[in-house]
Design a protein around this ligand. Structure first.
Ligand SMILES: *[C@@H]1O[C@H](CO)[C@@H](O)[C@H](O)[C@H]1NC(C)=O
Ligand SMILES: *[C@@H]1O[C@H](CO)[C@@H](O)[C@H](O)[C@H]1NC(C)=O
Ligand SMILES: *[C@@H]1O[C@H](CO)[C@@H](O)[C@H](O)[C@H]1NC(C)=O
Ligand SMILES: *[C@@H]1O[C@H](CO)[C@@H](O)[C@H](O)[C@H]1NC(C)=O
Ligand SMILES: *[C@@H]1O[C@H](CO)[C@@H](O)[C@H](O)[C@H]1NC(C)=O
Ligand SMILES: *[C@@H]1O[C@H](CO)[C@@H](O)[C@H](O)[C@H]1NC(C)=O
Ligand SMILES: CC(=O)N[C@H]1CO[C@H](CO)[C@@H](O)[C@@H]1O
Length: 634
């Protein structure tokens, strides 16, 4: 076979995708003194095929802008087109917060696409308020200022008439080549994310991410901003109907059949998240393969229903893809979760927003989450490892996501290791080493066997859960992020998250993120496991650098004696001191200030496997039975 043309087509396509992006505006809209040009704060660039085109906006009806005429006047639309596309009469009044589709004629003004509309300044208005309240993020304070030549130091006065440029764009040549004809400027609301918005308008999530220069890793979108949604056909009024949240059922009502419509919608949302990206890439390749085979005129038609075409053509590949992407993830009805958790009663609450439930006779941990969970679901769905807590299902209700996890009966490691615990939970030496090895193995999997590599970023003893055999499983991957670049390389983050005391110095000081961040934290965790003390206590007690404390055990004359006092007294000396010294060395190397000197998780797994083997031998020869005394908790 001759692959060269195919490769050329695909690489050209990738190149053109890069050209097609209109960078997402992010939160820049909130800072009127900033006018960085690295985002689309002043408008979307005129990079389209045509300088003028039909485009669409969305708008949420609000008094006084709640009628066909008021909305058309505010946004420079044609009232008859607006009423037609929303399937309402010309004098209709929209319910508050109803999503209205606004057809507009979008054109280039110099560098940017825009629709000019005018606005009369009212009392107490600021440019930020104008952009975000009446215009809902369809304009920005920066672009209004530029359009009207307002100096940053100038004020605006009631009665001033401002020209307000609205954000719109025309499809690029490349988008048009794959069948897109319109761009919708969607006004993002609280609780939206790219997958749900795309799904709603029948768009492909991957394509929407691309159109906004967003990535699967950084898909977060913010209220008061616009997201461009590429469309093959004009949007329709049916897409503006938000499934109403089902009324909260009175407690202990028998389960009634679920509302088919809303149910279906959120199933689509979930499937959208999971399948969207995979679709994007697969359809992408197929499309180009296809356009190679067929003539150009045919290929456009082929894009009308890519999914359906695909199904006909390669049913096996398709079902394979679904099963790899969605794997064993189950979509639960919210009612099922209510029944499982006794309607989320306090007695089922494990901690915070995590509940224990019984589903089909099995325990499950159910976590309620506000906001964007697409990252966590994407990651959890990709990982499958016995040392990572497994996500078994999801549910959505009334703006909240519910993630259903496997349940670890023995709860968090923190309940077991801190020697001041009250309910007699105790781990012997070998159990501690086994758990440390479990955690190291899980992290090694995240670092070396996920693509891209992921960094957990919030490892701590309360995020390690113990199953019925006291084997460790890592939970709470909510903060995990991909480590761009190779192992050891760094990426920068400006949002310092995670737990104090556990965090590596390079992260606290400079926001550097690499897999070596987890290695440092693992060192701190191992120290806690060894000493039975919380990290905070470790720092304040010794009142100095942890590494100095450890080195003193290794180098000073009475070091080993002091080490015995340092190690968890509840073990009453029942451990091989030689191995403890070995672990202190390992911890010391994990805590190295220079990340490049820290071992990799793979090195650590190997060291700990050897330690475990030696510990088991030591245990047998000392007649200590490892797993009998405490095999179950709670
Ligand atoms: C798209 O985003 C990447 C980083 O995520 C950036 O390097 C690139 O310049 C952006 N492209 C455009 C056209 O803004
Ligand atoms: C707003 O942007 C300006 C200029 O880029 C910057 O100096 C300032 O710190 C920003 N303010 C906030 C609150 O982000
Ligand atoms: C661009 O303009 C040409 C000529 O007016 C028209 O045929 C074509 O459909 C337009 N393309 C788009 C994507 O609107
Ligand atoms: C918008 O108004 C400005 C003047 O304020 C004008 O220069 C520009 O051409 C107008 N653009 C459109 C698309 O009407
Ligand atoms: C403007 O602000 C003043 C004082 O904060 C307030 O008394 C007044 O009612 C406001 N006017 C409007 C139209 O909201
Ligand atoms: C949009 O911005 C306005 C003004 O800055 C603010 O009052 C409003 O709460 C914001 N909307 C959302 C959904 O965050
Ligand atoms: C406007 C735009 O995105 N143009 C690009 C489309 O893709 C071709 C290659 O296929 C590029 O050469 C264009 O620059």
């Amino acid at each position: 076979m001759d692959y060269l043309p195919l490769i050329t087509v695909i690489s050209m396509a990738i190149f053109s995708v890069i050209q097609a992006q209109q960078p997402y505006v992010g939160t820049a809209i909130n800072n009127c003194s900033s006018s960085s040009t690295s985002n689309s704060i002043l408008g979307y660039e005129c990079n389209g095929q045509n300088r003028t085109c039909q485009a669409y906006l969305t708008f949420r009806s609000q008094t006084p802008y709640n009628s066909v005429s008021a909305i058309s006047a505010l946004l420079g639309s044609d009232p008859s087109q607006l009423s037609a596309i929303n399937s309402v009469s010309g004098n209709a009044i929209f319910a508050t917060n109803k999503l209205v589709i606004v057809p507009v004629k979008c054109s280039c003004s110099g560098q940017y696409y825009q629709i000019n509309t005018s606005y009369l300044v009212r009392q107490n208005d600021t440019l930020l308020l104008i952009a975000s309240v009446p215009f809902q993020g369809l304009s920005t304070c920066q672009s209004i200022r530029k359009q009207n030549n307002i100096d940053p130091s100038d004020d605006i006065y009631p009665g001033n008439k401002l020209t307000v440029p609205l954000r719109c764009a025309c499809v690029t040549k490349n988008q048009s080549e794959v069948g897109f004809r319109y761009l919708l400027s969607y006004t993002v609301a609280v609780g939206d994310f790219v997958a749900s918005v795309s799904t709603r308008f029948g768009a492909d999530t991957g394509r929407t991410l691309e159109a906004n220069n967003l990535s699967e890793e950084q898909p977060t979108i913010y209220p008061n901003s616009t997201l461009l949604v590429p469309l093959q056909n004009p949007p329709s009024s049916s897409q503006t109907i938000v499934p109403p949240p089902p009324p909260p059922p009175p407690p202990s009502t028998p389960i009634s059949p679920p509302d088919k419509k809303s149910n279906k919608t959120w199933v689509f949302v979930v499937v959208g998240i999971l399948v969207g990206t995979a679709f994007a890439s697969i359809i992408f390749c197929l499309l180009y393969r296809k356009s190679k085979k067929k003539k150009e005129s045919d290929s456009l038609e082929a894009f009308e229903k890519p999914e359906a075409k695909k199904l006909e053509e390669e049913p096996e590949e398709f079902s394979e893809m679904i099963s790899t992407v969605a794997q064993s993830l189950k979509v639960y009805k919210f009612k099922e979760l209510q029944v499982a958790t006794d309607n989320f009663s306090a007695s089922c609450c494990i901690k915070g927003s995590v509940y224990r439930g019984t589903i089909n006779g099995d325990w499950a941990a159910i976590k309620k989450i506000n906001g964007d969970v697409s990252k966590e679901i994407n990651l959890l769905n990709k990982v499958n490892h016995s040392n990572l807590i497994r996500l078994s299902g999801v549910s959505f209700n009334d703006g909240h996501w519910y993630l259903v996890f496997e349940f670890a009966v023995n709860g968090p490691l923190s309940d077991w290791i801190y020697s001041n615990n009250i309910d007699g939970k105790f781990l012997n030496w070998t159990q501690r080493i086994q758990i440390a090895l479990d955690v190291a193995t899980g992290l090694n999997y995240l670092h070396s066997f996920t693509t891209p590599a992921h960094v957990h970023k919030d490892l701590k003893s309360s995020n390690i859960l113990l199953d019925s055999d006291l084997r460790g499983k890592i939970a709470n991957l909510g903060l995990a992020r991909s480590a761009e670049g190779q192992d050891g390389e760094f990426s920068l983050t400006r949002h310092i998250v995670g737990t104090r005391g556990y965090m590596a110095p390079e992260y606290l000081e400079n926001g550097l993120v690499s897999t070596k961040l987890d290695v440092y934290t693992f060192g701190v965790l191992l120290l806690e496991i060894l000493t039975g003390k919380e990290v905070a206590a470790l720092y304040t007690e010794e009142n100095m650098n942890l590494s100095n404390v450890l080195s003193s055990f290794l180098s000073e004359e009475n070091g080993q004696e002091r080490l015995r006092n340092f190690i968890d007294p509840s073990m009453q000396g029942n451990y091989p001191l030689g191995l403890a010294v070995f672990l202190v060395r390992l911890i010391d190397s994990c805590l190295n200030k220079d990340p490049s000197y820290r071992p990799t998780m793979d090195d650590i797994v190997q060291s700990l496997s050897r330690t475990l083997n030696t510990s088991l031998t030591w245990e047998m020869s000392n007649n200590i039975s490892g797993y009998q005394s405490f095999s179950t908790g709670s």
